[in-house]
Design a protein around this ligand. Sequence first.
Ligand code: SF4
Length: 353
Amino acid sequence: MDQPERRKTRVVKVGKLMIGGTAPISIQSMTNTEPHDYDATLAQIRDLAEAGAELVRVAIPDKKTLPVFKKLVQNCQLPLVGDIHFDPELAALALDNGAAKIRINPGNIGGTKRLEALALKAKDRNAAIRIGVNAGSLERRLLQKYRGATAEAMVDSAAGYLEIFENAGFDNLVVSLKASDVYTTIKANRLFAKDYDYPLHLGVTEAGPPSTGLLKGAIGIGALLADGIGDTVRVSLTASPLEEIKAAKKILQALGIRIFTPDLISCPTCGRCEIDLVPLVNQVEKLLENYKEPLKVAVMGCAVNGPGEAKDADVGISAGKKKGILFKQGKVVKTVEQDKLLEALQNELNSYR
Ligand code: SF4
């Protein structure tokens, strides 16, 4: 697979995780449990880690959340990001309570002096800050200057805050430029990437439920990754955060950037198909969750074109009437009864371990 050269960025340290440089593009999500509920939030963070999250953000809406957050930091393997709005004191306290990074929208956290103080606090705590610019909450001054929430206005907003932090001697910064509009998100990140070397957190904000949100996220995030832009990913979905992790992994895998499971190739079926292929493909997809090897696995609907169409596959099955053909590297290995196809495939997969 031809892959683009990744944009060169500086490296930002978030606890034990590195973002940018040559570090793998990391996957993150945000908890949606009640932030004062320690047990529920801890359980969700653990589920997210198990699913593949490398960084988790937790909302810190008030001071009462801080002891809960502190305890989460102490009991989680993953670095945690505190999400704070409107309150610079709370942002500083999140850092005092162990946040490896805080995410702020500098437009609502106060003026230059407050941001400078926060920069010093983050430096003191060896933590990172994400400057989260959202098209929906740009400064009025910029909305007037650019006649709306344009990509240029978003980059200008980030530039202003970067300058404040840099002048305060702090540069452990990640930037995100998110809009709910896919084009604006892509354009803003491309513009930013031309002029700055800070790592970019990619996402299309408020992308909606999975039926549309997955597509918006895949197009927006995918287009940027295909340009070599992007250092950490959050797929925003109105769904369980576990779905966001699965989606982020699939986007990275579809582009060959990171491999988590074997790649599944399956035909769209047509009039030649002599088996109910959809349930078989679903079973194979489930089976592949247990494998991490970078294999290509094909499930094709007929013996006529199956092996030929999937000639790049390491292993596969071409289903026929009551029987199917097992093939390896595009060559037929043997014929197998239909109800034994899954098992035969599994045996071949195991031979790669
Ligand atoms: S592999 Fe066979 S069943 Fe599947 S689309 Fe091709 S011709 Fe049709």
